[in-house]
Design a protein around this ligand. Structure first.
Ligand SMILES: Nc1ncnc2c1ncn2[C@@H]1O[C@H](COP(=O)(O)OP(=O)(O)OP(=O)(O)O)[C@@H](O)[C@H]1O
Ligand SMILES: O=P(O)(O)O[C@@H]1[C@H](O)[C@H](O)[C@@H](OP(=O)(O)O)[C@H](OP(=O)(O)O)[C@H]1O
Length: 308
């Protein structure tokens, strides 16, 4: 009752012609909702009514969801229902992907070989803003990581921190990284900053699925479907997809699901440019390595299944 639906003015929201700005509420009956966050910014979410989740409003993300609702990728992202006000803030309202699971296990994998936008790199050069919080996070993992200058400043640039995180983990070598997972018994694992090799990734996956190959098979099937749709998606061809995750969900009934989430750093490309998402990144080409990462992920999961 404390939610206020906002009807965004189409021109002020900069929405593409022909794309509606909001969608009907889901018909899910009102029932007690479960929602658990594995990783990501704290305090950005609220549980909404009727099986929805509210994520702190970000206009770029709203634009992506509006386009995704019209794209072939729609079955692979949470349904989007528009903008609502809750307390002081606006929120994007979407499906709570955990709704139809019983005591779900959840894993977040950040996709792509690059986790910062090219525009963030340009901005860091034009107006460098060294960050103390990122320096602290860096030395907590590796006290020897900062350079002499960074040590003197007790601060690092965000892009430098993000690059360091990429090379420490499997982002650079495999095109994705495990951010964290939660098992159905409530056990949380978020210590994956140094999970880099194929073997380490496989070990983490086995732990997450509790060695259940039926679950691995379910995930693999869904990821292969996703890859097929991504290769044909108009949205995917025309966007730089950075910092987006795949959310893996399963439960004890053997039910599995994988969805793309987090489009806060997904941006439209200039008209003349499209991406294949596999070509290695060179500054200016905007490639994000998303499909290369998905190829590797599929290959790793396929190798976890017994040969038939
Ligand atoms: N639609 C959803 N349904 C269920 N859980 C979700 C959904 N969206 C996000 N989550 C949960 O919240 C976590 C963080 O989501 P998300 O990546 O969108 O947040 P963020 O704050 O933008 O993250 P980041 O720090 O990577 O920028 C996910 O790992 C997942 O556990
Ligand atoms: O996982 P870590 O090591 O804690 O690092 C954070 C992570 O890379 C987030 O993806 C990033 O948010 P964005 O993807 O939104 O840039 C955040 O930047 P921020 O501190 O500027 O929010 C980082 O601090």
């Amino acid at each position: 009752a404390d939610l206020k639906r906002l009807f965004i003015n189409r021109s002020s929201a900069g929405v593409c012609p022909g794309v509606p700005t909001s969608y009907p509420f889901p018909m899910t009956p009102k029932k007690p909702q479960q929602w658990l966050q594995v990783v990501g910014h704290a305090g950005s979410f609220h549980v909404g009514e009727y099986g929805t989740l509210l994520k702190r409003f970000c206009e770029g993300e709203q634009q992506c969801y509006l386009r995704l609702m019209e794209d072939s990728l729609r079955p692979f992202v949470p349904g989007y229902y528009g903008v609502v006000q809750h307390g002081e803030h606006d929120y994007n309202m979407m499906d709570n992907l955990l709704m139809n699971f019983n005591a779900p296990a959840i894993m977040d994998c950040k996709m792509g070989s690059r986790t910062y936008l090219e525009e963030e790199l340009l901005l860091a050069r034009e107006r460098p803003q060294p960050r103390h919080d990122m320096y602290e996070k860096m030395v907590a993992v590796d006290p020897d990581a900062p350079t002499v200058q960074e040590r003197a400043q007790q601060a690092v640039l965000k892009t430098r921190y993000m690059q360091w995180r990429e090379t420490l983990s499997s982002t650079t070598t495999l095109g994705f990284r495990i951010e964290g997972f939660r098992k159905s018994n409530g056990e949380c694992h978020t210590n994956f900053k140094r999970t880099k090799s194929r073997e380490q990734v496989v070990e983490a996956f086995y732990d997450f699925v509790e060695s259940n190959t039926h679950i691995v098979w379910g995930y693999l099937t869904r990821l292969k479907q996703l890859r097929q749709v991504l290769e044909e998606s108009e949205f995917f061809r025309t966007h730089e997809v950075v910092g987006s995750s795949l959310l893996f969900v399963h439960d004890y009934t053997g039910k599995t699901g994988v969805w793309m989430i987090d489009f806060g750093k997904t941006v439209t490309l200039p008209l003349h440019l499209t991406l294949d998402h596999r070509t290695p990144w060179a500054e200016g080409n905007r490639e994000d390595g998303y499909l290369w990462g998905l190829d590797n992920l599929i290959n790793i999961l396929a190798n976890m299944l017994p040969l038939t």
